[in-house]
Design a binder for this molecule. Sequence first.
Ligand code: DOR
Ligand code: ZN
Length: 369
Amino acid sequence: MSNSPSSSEVDRISDAQGTKRLLIRQPDDWHVHLRDGAMLASTVDYTARQFARAIVMPNLAPPVTTVEQAVAYRERIAAALPSGRKFTPLMTAYLTDGIEPAEVERGFSEKVFTACKLYPAHATTNSAFGVTDVKKIHAVLETMERIGMPLLVHGEVTHRHIDIFDREAVFIEQVLSKVVADFPALKIVFEHITTADAVQFVEASSPNIGATITPHHLMINRNALFEGGIRPHLYCLPVAKREVHRLALRKAATSGNPRFFLGTDSAPHAVSDKESACGCAGIFNAPVALECYATVFDEEGALDKLEAFASENGPNFYGLPLNGGTVALERTAWRVEDQLAAADTAIVPFLAGSTVPWTFLGRETASVT
Ligand code: DOR
Ligand code: ZN
């Protein structure tokens, strides 16, 4: 199947009686935080009900750095799913300065690790064990390049003197461009891109460089964090940028370029950890993920491009099969809950209390040919 939408896909956007419906191949989420324990149990199905597979971030405490830890975490995720739910978690290894190339290679060859995640140390939540200098993981990157294992990158420098809104652009200049030059065949996913600089970097790179784009970075700019007061539930890392960057992301996502694909970066935190003197970074968008993407693509007049972005570009980049089956969405407005019960606390989802124009109807049994 090609990356450009076929006429049959366009036909699957119907407008019967004024209600637009959309049927797309079952999508995947190429970047999500599922957490652990009670938080995992109460949030995992928001992702599993919409997506067939998800790339699961390894930034637990302690992080997932060994094959055994990833196998055990995968089992905990499977155990937390409602019975009968078909969902495949794709596990990642958390890169540290000391991680052994042989462990990474073994995890990949045993089909436990799908990819490795590079967190610059102290860049974000649970990244204290991250990489202090990319030079320290050169041997791992060499191995990954040789075996075709993707590197997933949190692309921000952490220097205190670099303005937080510039950290992605500076990362491209100081770190990512060097990694690309040193490991030209390494598959790299530039995760949750937030700037026009990142869009341009990916567009100008070779086809082994892709990028995920979140719903929130397509929908909000940095003003939203301060609208009428500080808005902790819209704080994430990388932080939302200026409007010009949001517009560049929307253009990239809806362009049909196969190197941009869906990754929600949905990251639940208890309400008390967000509404705090030092609130955690992370936006819990899983309850509204596909609805948000459909809204953005609709606003951009690009609904015919949603299926490639959500369901084809990611698997094609990773070299994984496309899913069978479909999901249906409808242009009917609904109100997002103010809070959702989770573990013994509550979480405030993205767009809490507001109206979203698209509704997720669920999975259809008919498969796509
Ligand atoms: O906002 C974020 N939250 N960005 C990350 O990189 C990590 C994530 C989390 O784990 O909460
Ligand atoms: Zn993330």
